[in-house]
Design a protein around this ligand. Structure first.
Ligand SMILES: *Cc1c(COP(=O)(O)O)cnc(C)c1O
Length: 421
């Protein structure tokens, strides 16, 4: 459920007509609903209310400071994968004790930043990283709480670019080798082993891969405890999918996911951390765009909109689908016709949807790309020198620009021409 609905024949975000935002801020623009963010975060908390837990929002899904502040104020922790994301979480007011540092290639500078700024836990992804973190922390006189990310070799049954839990993927330490790596971790200075970490992929629409992975984590936890390690936390990753098509079978609900966690690891007495990103913010955002032209081609028509692949990369990158809906509600029984919805970028890959069934639309009409709150704005670029897409947050009947569209001057000011040229 989200808060983008038609009222009186027009699409609104909560109590604000999207047309008003388009008129005041311009298009393309991402629009997020605070009520939807709040609701989705609450569903995960509720799913784990049977145990001590921390829901760590995966910052990479949407790293706008206002989004992080909203979630942080609700009590969310943050899962960060870079120094930049760490800086964002801190700037949004989230204390280090609620920040988990994940990622397969943390640099020494990033590890130092986290140790200096305070960190709840570093999720170690490789032995070289473990040894480097130990040296660094010991040299700084610190002791860093760590979990080791294990790769359970489970097929998440998702898109190959976002599957992370198979042994062929670059992530984590093979679970068969985990006891040996934990033994070394326990012997190293500067590290304090606190838990086990796993994350098998994104946009999962089936709970069985989770069940398989978490069963392996439970078995490993028992073995590690038998080896003498104190395992008090399990970080079970993120990845729960969202419905990208309205007419589709919906993926499992957070409450059902929480039940799988309970059934697989609930008896271990561990604090549970999860790292949902997409499921919290995906359906809390739309990309609002205006039609530039309807171009009638041979055998097919093109609806050329002012959003492009640089603003919303998922269709070009993953062949992803976003429902595209007109902002003016079509009359009941209005005739639909197929159009290819495309952006202005000079690549045929800049196609959002082929043969989208839409009512007649023309220059100046508004459309919304649904489910665009996650991996939308964060993946945007200035390709084709299109200024970075702005973002707006709605709460009730108020809205604010939470990232402004740069002017051409601002965009150009980041370049410089060397004196010797
Ligand atoms: C990407 C990622 C997540 C979030 O995945 P979602 O599908 O957005 O829930 C969580 N944890 C880690 C380590 C990740 O890399």
């Amino acid at each position: 459920m989200d808060h983008f609905n038609y009222h009186g024949g027009e699409l609104w975000a909560e109590d604000v007509p999207l047309a008003r935002i388009a008129a005041e801020v311009g298009t393309p623009v991402y629009v997020y609903s605070a009520a939807t963010l709040t609701r989705h975060f609450g569903l995960f908390r509720q799913a784990l209310d049977w145990t001590e837990h921390l829901v760590c929002f995966a910052v990479k899904a949407n790293s706008n400071l206002a989004v992080l502040k909203l979630l942080g104020d609700l009590g969310a922790g943050m899962d960060v994968v870079s120094g930049g994301e760490y800086a964002r979480a801190r700037a949004a007011g989230v204390p280090g004790e609620r920040i988990v540092f994940s990622g397969v290639g943390k640099t020494l500078a990033e590890m130092r930043q986290a140790i200096e700024g305070g960190i709840r836990q570093v999720n170690i992804e490789s032995e070289p990283e473990m040894r480097a973190l130990s040296d660094l922390a010991a040299g700084m006189g610190a002791e860093v709480p760590v979990a080791i990310r294990v790769n359970p070799d489970v097929d998440a049954k998702t898109h190959e670019k976002i599957a992370t839990g198979k042994s062929e993927n670059k992530f984590g330490i093979p679970i068969a080798k985990a006891r040996q790596v934990y033994a070394e971790a326990a012997s190293l200075p500067g590290l304090r082993v606190v838990g086990v970490d796993v994350h098998i992929g994104s946009q999962l629409t089936d709970l069985e891969p989770y069940r398989a992975a978490y069963a392996k984590v439970a078995e490993l936890t028992r073995a590690l405890r038998a080896d003498g390690h104190v395992i008090s936390r399990l970080d079970l990753g993120g990845g729960l999918g969202i419905p990208y098509r309205r007419d589709n079978n919906a993926p499992p609900l957070p409450i059902e996911y929480g039940q799988v966690i309970r059934e697989t690891v609930g008896d271990l007495g561990c604090e549970i951390e999860i790292e949902p990103g997409r499921n919290i913010v995906g359906n809390a955002g739309v990309l609002l765009s205006r039609v530039i032209w309807l171009k009638e081609g041979e055998g097919r028509d093109f609806l050329i909109v002012d959003a492009a692949m640089n603003d919303l990369l998922r269709p070009a990158m993953y062949g992803a689908h976003h429902d595209i809906v007109p902002v003016v509600e079509p009359e009941l029984g209005a005739a639909l016709r197929p159009v290819d919805v495309v952006g202005p970028v000079c690549e045929s890959g800049d196609t959002f949807q082929k043969a989208a069934e839409l009512p007649p639309l023309g220059a100046g009409d508004l459309v919304a790309f649904r489910s665009a709150g996650a991996y939308g704005a964060v993946m945007a670029s200035e390709y084709n020198s299109r200024p970075l897409v702005p973002e707006v947050l709605v709460r009730g009947d108020q809205f604010a620009v939470i990232r402004a569209r740069p002017t051409f001057e601002e965009m150009l000011a980041r370049d410089s021409i060397p004196e010797w040229l």
